[in-house]
Design a protein around this ligand. Structure first.
Ligand SMILES: Nc1ncnc2c1ncn2[C@@H]1O[C@H](COP(=O)(O)OP(=O)(O)OP(=O)(O)O)[C@@H](O)[C@H]1O
Ligand SMILES: [Mg+2]
Length: 411
């Protein structure tokens, strides 16, 4: 496995993405460390793609924040607005009560004055948060470029002051080059996504060359020779050949199309690759090839990967950590080995029980556990939250369940 360190590359905090009444993603938090593969699993419709698409800023997220390379790139505002609304309603109720009151009127009025002050503080505070969120959402690229420029300046200025003669000249040139790159860097292009459907995600009217080069062209690169060389390099990197550049997507098999999708993503030199079920639509025999390719690229290019899949068997050998989603919520999150050794949440256990076992005898004994959320939990008294029940192992549960799990697993 390639070097992995504790530097957090992506942090998702309380992400909510609602489509009307559908809570596609509901209060999901996790982070991805530089160099790791983070597997996100769960059944169809649980919100995996929506999470990925929120990260690449396809939506104005409902609430929560997403940080990439330490810069907040997404922030929702609805949560803050709801807080204001709720406080306003409470205030109105108290005002009504105070106006009607006869005996303890003075007391209620004092309480009302206090509440009014608290309300106006809350409004000021939340309005600040709303405008900060809007600002970050809109200007994260520019702000990131600013920090890069500042960092480059801080690095070079003392060196330049100390250098003389030839050394100074080389240094000045290097400084100029790095400053130019810093100014042009668009943070969001450092996250690239490979899409679930290799047929729908490639424009049938574009040649493979145009598809792979599109991002470079958008980034302002005009040198046709450079672009051609890059396209050929990428084709070879993903196991295709340069002669493929002039062809159209329909001339390729499913596995090859997915390779084109990977080339289109990797040409942007991303730090984070979001692979949304990149092999689900492919034949089993082809799946392993594409997974191997991703693993190879991860090592060669130092990629960090968010790997989305609907079952655990695909992510098992590939992920350092796994998050399990169910109906928009993260229900369990742990290191891969830990999750397989001690699956705690009943939904995770049901997913594990669905994986066929290689040993025929064991396979015969295997019992499918069916998960029924209503029967499995009683949340009438207390709602569940994601809790760290042993270091690094998180489970969605309430007090009662936490105690039960800890006893059952001897944590
Ligand atoms: N643009 C949209 N508008 C309205 N509802 C949406 C939209 N996108 C997704 N949804 C709904 O949000 C929920 C989560 O969808 P999502 O595509 O994220 O699931 P998924 O986990 O990727 O599923 P699959 O494994 O089938 O790809 C679903 O109920 C879906 O119908
Ligand atoms: Mg999906």
């Amino acid at each position: 496995m390639p070097e992995q360190n504790d530097e957090v590359l992506l942090r998702v905090e309380h992400l909510c993405q609602y489509f009307g009444p559908t809570k596609a993603v509901d209060d999901v938090s996790f982070d991805i460390k530089k160099g790791e593969v983070f597997g996100l699993v769960g059944e169809s419709g649980c919100g995996k793609t929506t999470t990925g698409r929120s990260i690449i800023k396809i939506y104005n997220i409902t609430s929560g924040s997403i940080y990439f390379k330490g810069q907040r790139i997404c922030a929702g505002t609805t949560g803050y607005k709801i807080e204001i609304k709720k406080a306003r309603k409470e205030l109105a109720e108290l005002a009504k009560e105070a106006s009607k009151a006869t005996e303890n009127k003075a007391e209620l009025e004092a309480k009302l004055a206090e509440k009014k002050k608290a309300y106006s503080d809350l409004v000021i505070e939340n309005r600040k948060k709303i405008s900060a969120a809007k600002f970050d959402h809109k200007h994260s690229d520019r702000e990131y470029a600013k920090t890069l420029i500042a960092r480059t300046k801080a690095e070079y200025e003392p060196k330049l002051a100390a250098a003389t003669g030839e050394e100074l000249k080389t240094l000045q040139k290097k400084y100029k080059d790095e400053l130019r790159v810093a100014k042009k860097t668009k943070l969001i292009t450092k996250i690239q996504m490979i899409f679930q459907d290799p047929i729908a995600s490639l424009d049938p009217r574009m040649t493979v060359r145009e598809i792979i080069a599109e991002g470079l062209v958008i980034n302002g690169i005009k040198d046709q020779n450079y672009i051609d060389e890059k396209v050929y390099e990428m084709l070879e990197l993903v196991g295709l050949v340069r002669e493929h550049a002039g062809r159209y997507p329909h001339e390729f098999s499913g596995g090859q199309r997915q390779r084109i999708g990977i080339a289109r993503a990797v040409v942007m030199q991303p730090d984070l690759l979001i692979a949304d079920e990149p092999v689900s639509a492919l034949d089993v025999s082809i799946q392993a090839q594409v997974i191997n390719l991703l693993n190879e690229l991860r090592e060669r290019l130092g990629l960090t990967i968010l790997f989305i899949a609907h079952d655990l068997s695909v992510v098992k050998y590939f992920s350092n950590r796994i998050g399990v989603m169910y109906y928009g919520r993260m229900v369990e999150l742990a290191e891969t080995d830990e999750l397989f050794a001690h699956p705690v949440h009943p939904y995770t256990r049901s997913l594990l029980s669905a994986i066929p076992l290689p040993d025929p005898h064991a396979e015969k004994q295997r019992k499918r556990i069916i998960y029924n959320a209503l029967a499995a939990h009683d949340y009438s008294k207390q709602q569940p939250t994601l809790r760290e029940i042993i270091p690094g192992h998180f489970v969605l549960c309430n007090d009662e369940e936490e105690a039960k799990y800890k006893e059952e697993f001897g944590f």
